[in-house]
Design a protein around this ligand. Structure first.
Ligand SMILES: Nc1ncnc2c1ncn2[C@@H]1O[C@H](COP(=O)(O)OP(=O)(O)O)[C@@H](O)[C@H]1O
Ligand SMILES: [Mg+2]
Length: 259
């Protein structure tokens, strides 16, 4: 279970660029919750994911994961509990390294054995099987440099890496926004499969309202650094984009553009 209590975050405090990004945010996720997160530009969606991951510290409030207090922990010490995929396909993988080397790095996350000791045949077999589940033929290209892959292939690989060691929480920040619609759908499908298969607790930011409705068991909307809408269960299943727009009166929001 993830528990965010009264989180506050201001950037550039005391300067002309001061910005209150998160303003008393409370959010509790049950284990296995797959929560989609929507909200206008600057609502604080990425910031909250970054605060959970420890990219920067909270000003106030607490972050607990499965009863464990993460609040004061540096980013690298939280990494072993978390899987992350960002919008930019270039960020999650090492371009100059091979597919299997990237997977080996992910596989060794939080373990002492580095890449120096080489990839064993047994590991290679695990990677091959995992890659095959993506249905992209990457299992036949295990030594190819990741830089040669398409954006969609890289995001699929990043997703695989983020979930290779089952994370306690999966954080997805508009991870399909840079992909063409068909590829985005494919990566979202894969996301849903992996989340369901491993029962992963997941926060998925999207600017696409259809996707926010279609995926997950719960939908939250953020505005001005808080959760302003929280819909789950049957209500979420019956939700339409029109409902969302009417109910919350956000017709002019940029989210409309990507409907
Ligand atoms: N590292 C940072 N330094 C300064 N301001 C930031 C930083 N990250 C985010 N902000 C500001 O905080 C607000 C929330 O940003 P963000 O969480 O990225 O919004 P979004 O909901 O679009 O992901 C915005 O006004 C943004 O400009
Ligand atoms: Mg963002």
């Amino acid at each position: 279970m993830l528990e965010l209590k009264n989180i506050q975050k201001t950037f550039n405090a005391g300067t002309i660029n001061e910005k209150k990004a998160i303003n008393g945010l409370n959010l509790t996720l049950e284990n296995g919750d797959f929560v989609t997160v929507i909200g206008g530009n600057g609502a604080g969606k990425s910031t909250i994911l970054n605060l959970i991951a420890g990219v920067f510290p909270v000003d106030q409030g607490t972050i607990h994961l499965n009863g464990f207090n993460l609040t004061g922990l540096p980013e690298h010490k939280r990494a072993k509990y978390l899987g992350r995929v960002f919008q930019d396909p270039m960020m999650g993988t090492a371009a100059t390294m091979g597919i299997e080397e990237n997977l080996a790095l992910a596989y060794r996350r939080g373990k002492t054995r580095g890449l120096g000791s080489g990839i064993t045949a047994a590991e290679r077999e695990i990677y091959r099987e995992k890659l095959a589940t993506l249905g992209l033929g990457l299992e036949e290209r295990m030594t190819s440099k990741v830089g040669l892959l398409s954006g969609g292939q890289r995001q699929a690989l990043t997703l695989l890496m983020a979930t290779l060691q089952k994370p306690d929480l999966l954080l997805l920040d508009e991870h399909t926004a840079a992909l063409d619609p068909k590829t985005a759908d494919k990566v979202l499908q894969l996301t849903e499969e992996i989340v369901a298969r491993d029962g992963l607790t997941t926060l998925m930011v999207t600017h696409n309202m259809k996707h926010a409705i279609q995926y997950g068991n719960r939908l939250i909307m953020m505005d001005a650094g808080r959760v302003v809408v929280d819909i789950r269960g049957e209500e979420k299943k019956n939700l339409s984009v029109r409902d969302l727009l009417e109910k919350f009166n956000i017709e002019n929001d940029r989210m409309l553009l990507s409907e």
